[in-house]
Design a protein. Structure first.
Length: 185
């Protein structure tokens, strides 16, 4: 793992956060559905291509989440998300953010907030990032089997799903805690 941490502050509590992005769009996934034996339930499907991006980060130890639904992805979006994460870090604490190596994460154009440091996960290792499991949870509970009218509807539903998750700190902990990352916390 390489890091873009600068220097971690001495004497401050450290919070471990995980970050990732998910595409949410009209070409939506269809999930399993309960139905009476012998019947075929109808599920909506959309052939259009509008999509938005849900930027999500969780601090499993605190059961906290910081997210943004945006119509674009890239350095500017990542900067907005880092600023949002920085606002969610406990007062007086410092966040260590574990994330993948997407180009908008590794660019020198990012201005790190003073209370956030980055640690890049190994390439092609999504199993190390519990936010991948958050996406599965959101899709299974609030995002699948939906036909979105337009980009605004996609963003509204993505925000609603993220807000629903944010209101469930025990679920964030259950999905996100990794013994290897929280030993000693």
């Amino acid at each position: 793992m390489s890091a873009h941490t600068g220097h971690l502050p001495k004497g401050k509590p450290i919070e471990i956060w995980f970050q990732d992005e998910a595409r949410i769009g009209q070409k939506n996934s269809v999930v399993r559905q309960w139905a009476r034996r012998g019947t075929r339930p109808r599920q909506p499907a959309d052939q259009r291509y509008a999509n938005a991006w849900l930027f999500g980060a969780i601090c499993p130890a605190r059961g906290k989440a910081a997210g943004l639904a945006l119509p674009f992805i890239g350095t500017d979006s990542m900067q907005l998300h880092l600023d949002e994460i920085a606002r969610c870090v406990a007062r007086g604490a410092h966040a260590v953010l574990l994330l993948d190596r997407a180009p908008w994460h590794t660019t020198g154009k990012i201005r790190l907030p003073k209370n956030v440091s980055l640690i890049f996960l190994p390439s092609r290792a999504p199993e190390l990032n519990p936010v991948e499991n958050v996406w599965q949870f959101l899709r299974a509970n609030w995002l699948s089997n939906t036909v979105f009218e337009d980009i605004n509807h996609i963003i509204d539903v993505a925000c609603s799903a993220w807000n629903n998750l944010s209101a469930l700190p025990q679920t964030i902990q259950s999905i996100g805690l990794r013994k290897w990352a929280h030993t000693g916390q």
